[in-house]
Design a binder for this molecule. Structure first.
Ligand code: HEM
Length: 260
């Protein structure tokens, strides 16, 4: 997720690009590792245990993993500012494909959570993740339809952070399985702990990114305004700084320029 924190006109250094490159590599790597086994048509290839009707369960996972994997790959490119500004039409087309993928992936994900045999705790985590995934997508869509570009960006950062929990989950799972002999816990416990931890870590990371890279710079750009409509005072409480409406308040009041 790249943000224009460098002075306008100055190219980003390679060092500044490293987090975005790591994100893209991890997203493509996990999609390439996790999804193809659900495209073979053979339930024996499933990485998770299947229920009483293995073929049906496997097809549900295919219907979930294929679009979700595509969304995971497409997502990072939507945040690359030069790509977005130079090819706005491509951003719109890719954005629509991303949204359709998530809608399909989430619907199949709800069914997958219902028939999962990996334990009640993981099922609840998956239900909540699915709902948050759809809600953040709907908010992102609603704001861009209204022309509220910054709020669209904020919600799509949240949404992609949830998409990226597929990556974090698998990293935590690998670590948990390596520590399993020491921890002496069941696989389902490691699995559900990894699901919960991935959601928590990614949600916190998204909020941290939004506050430090979007909300704080917007608030710092506040300058004393002369009286008149553009100088109308805006009250943003400290506990509201992480709320996107704080950014929109500044934009609406003309204190903050959404095109900067
Ligand atoms: C962020 C929202 C997501 C939710 C709520 C979700 C939900 C689920 C659920 C409920 C299952 C079944 C797990 C089980 O039976 O124990 C599952 C499996 C799976 N999901 Fe997702 N998922 C999400 C995102 C993704 C993404 C972005 C990918 C892209 C790679 C993905 C790929 C898979 C795969 C490949 C499986 C099959 C199990 C495995 O091989 O690990 N999911 N998902």
């Amino acid at each position: 997720m790249t943000a224009p924190t460098h002075p306008p006109g100055r190219a980003r250094t390679w060092k500044a690009r490293i987090p975005s490159i790591v994100l893209i590599v991890l997203a493509i790597g996990i999609a390439a590792y996790a999804v193809p086994r659900y495209l073979t048509g053979n339930p024996d290839d499933s990485a998770v245990p299947l229920g009483p009707d293995p073929m049906l369960h496997y097809l549900v996972l295919t219907a979930h993993a294929a679009p979700a994997g595509l969304a995971l790959i497409l997502g990072p490119f939507q945040f690359i500012t030069p790509l977005r500004t130079r090819f706005p039409r491509a951003h719109r087309v890719t954005g629509r494909i991303y949204m359709i993928c998530i809608a399909l992936g989430a619907m199949a994900g709800l069914v997958a959570a219902t028939i999962s045999v990996d334990g009640f705790s993981a099922q609840i985590a998956f239900y909540l993740l699915n709902l948050a995934w759809l809600y953040s997508l709907a908010q992102g869509f609603r704001h861009i339809r209204r022309g509220e570009v910054r709020l669209h960006r904020v919600w799509m950062i949240r949404n992609y952070a949830l998409t990226f929990s597929a990556v974090t989950l698998r990293i935590f799972l690998v670590i948990g399985l390596m520590l399993r002999p020491t921890l002496g816990v069941e696989f389902t416990e490691i699995y559900s702990a990894s699901v919960w931890a991935s959601i928590f870590v990614n949600a916190v990371a998204a909020e941290y990114f939004i506050v430090t890279r979007i909300v704080t710079p917007a608030l710092r750009r506040r300058r004393p305004q002369p009286s008149g409509p553009r100088g109308a005072s805006v009250h943003v409480r400290v506990d509201q700084l992480d709320h996107p409406s704080a950014v929109e308040d500044l934009t609406v009041a003309g204190i903050h320029d959404p095109n900067r």
